[in-house]
Ligand binder design. Sequence first.
Ligand SMILES: CC(=O)N[C@H]1[C@@H](OP(=O)(O)OP(=O)(O)OC[C@H]2O[C@@H](n3ccc(=O)[nH]c3=O)[C@H](O)[C@@H]2O)O[C@H](CO)[C@@H](O)[C@@H]1O[C@H](C)C(=O)N[C@@H](C)C(=O)N[C@H](CCC(=O)O)C(=O)O
Ligand SMILES: Nc1ncnc2c1ncn2[C@@H]1O[C@H](COP(=O)(O)OP(=O)(O)OP(=O)(O)O)[C@@H](O)[C@H]1O
Ligand SMILES: N[C@H](CCC[C@H](N)C(=O)O)C(=O)O
Ligand SMILES: [Mg+2]
Length: 474
Amino acid sequence: MSDIVYVKGPGDADISSVAYDSRMVSEGCLFVAIKGFNVDGHDFVPQAISRGAAAIIGEQDLDLPGIIYIRVRNSRKALAEASAWFYGYPSRKLGIIGVTGTNGKTTTTYLVKAMLDRAGYKTGVIGTIGNLIGDKILHAERTTPESLELNRLFLNMVQQGVNYVAMEVSSHSLKLHRVDGIDFQVGIFTNLTQDHLDFHKTFEDYYESKKKLFDLSRKAVVNVDDESGRKILQSIDIPAISYGIDTDADLRARNVNISLEGVFYDIEVKGEKFSISYHVPGRFSVYNSLAALGAGLALGIPMDTLIDALGKVRGVPGRFEPVIVGQDFAVIVDYAHTPDGLENVLKTIKSFARGRIITVFGCGGDRDRKKRPIMGSIASRLSDYCIITSDNPRSEEPEAIIDEIEKGVVSSNYEKIADRREAIAKAIEMAKKDDVILIAGKGHEDYQILKDRTIHFDDREVAAELLVKKGKLR
Ligand SMILES: CC(=O)N[C@H]1[C@@H](OP(=O)(O)OP(=O)(O)OC[C@H]2O[C@@H](n3ccc(=O)[nH]c3=O)[C@H](O)[C@@H]2O)O[C@H](CO)[C@@H](O)[C@@H]1O[C@H](C)C(=O)N[C@@H](C)C(=O)N[C@H](CCC(=O)O)C(=O)O
Ligand SMILES: Nc1ncnc2c1ncn2[C@@H]1O[C@H](COP(=O)(O)OP(=O)(O)OP(=O)(O)O)[C@@H](O)[C@H]1O
Ligand SMILES: N[C@H](CCC[C@H](N)C(=O)O)C(=O)O
Ligand SMILES: [Mg+2]
């Protein structure tokens, strides 16, 4: 272990498990005490011992007679090292592609998976929608799991014959050492715009956290149309593939054509020209597909395999996903939950909408509050009518979140309906032929996190049900 201050107690012990939560400790466990944002894990050392812990790791000076105690400088780092050791360093047996950035991580991992599958590899995915082993989906609590769960998952993947893993690497995970010790074959940077200032406090800290992925990667794939991407490219000394539309780059999309059917463009690789088709609309789809192509090339997969795989992708759950039950207007469910994501998706809709744009959206509770009025401003500027509703309020009052969003609204064409089902119902009632309803913020989520409980709620299901109920079919 790299940053040990001292080791006390008996010479050795058989370790049967590792835990960072005292409630998970069983006989023979190694308990890692973490000083958290809410509570201090060191306060639970007595509980861990009474549950049978054989060894403890922590940052404080402790006397624990009869028990091995390892004092370290950083418990989260130590947890990552202990977890990798306990599960036999499973990440070393996998080719891992990490994707970081504010928007586009989930989408890019799905595109990379499609390419690796097409190239004949068994591929895992770790991210927001869930964790995939081949086509089997496992529930995920977070975008990037804690190092203990991450190493357990890697081992599971190794045991099931997985070759490659496309994983989202959140800024939280980088800052909190969840991915320490992982050798990423390729690191991808998508973009950096406002989000998570509740956690990072400053944009600089958010940037520095994302940048850490490239200290852990062998090769980089970087969006150079993004200012932070250009900064990253200048500061790393690993082989890199740059991509962009506006800026000169190794992979530069030219003759870009964006329509309702998707994005179509040309790129040149080693002097040879290729035409790319990806059937998801929006300028951001050009970026996500370029990022995935860059990763495929960095892994040495032939261009024709990459292009073929990309051409066959028919979207990612909850990302620009249409709800079609026979109505004569469009309903699109999308996971845009940041100012940049919302602006991108609305501009994409604006480029093809023949009727009005009606946007139903909210903002999550216990998350960056500064983005709320900004999203209010963007939605009201780029929509004909907005219905501001509740997202996952968590511990906050839905109405208070909605009021913060409202402060940024610049038109009078809006209303506030806190009940998300009623908000969607209102949009559907209003919609006429050729209009487009955007239901943003929750995408693939099939739940809503309220103060005291989590309920089942799926925008796609609710919209489909209401379209039928309200007699909106042709
Ligand atoms: C802000 C954040 O990331 N917090 C993480 C942090 O929590 P914390 O420091 O507040 O933990 P704490 O509650 O103070 O507890 C401290 C320690 O005491 C332990 N404990 C606690 C109680 C007890 O009885 N016994 C005990 O041992 C806890 O298990 C913990 O190890 O450390 C915990 C242990 O690893 C994480 O579970 C927790 O993630 C929370 C649940 C979370 O919601 N994180 C979100 C914001 C997150 O990580 N999101 C990103 C996605 C962002 C994106 O969109 O890009 C993600 O990767 O999912
Ligand atoms: N490259 C991109 N640039 C900007 N916006 C994007 C991009 N790709 C997707 N989006 C928008 O952002 C939303 C979220 O996309 P995606 O789930 O791929 O991002 P993410 O980075 O995984 O988000 P999260 O931080 O929640 O994990 C999409 O529904 C779309 O509206
Ligand atoms: N990964 C993001 C997702 C936000 C999705 C939105 N529906 C919300 O709950 O705020 C987060 O945890 O901040
Ligand atoms: Mg994601």
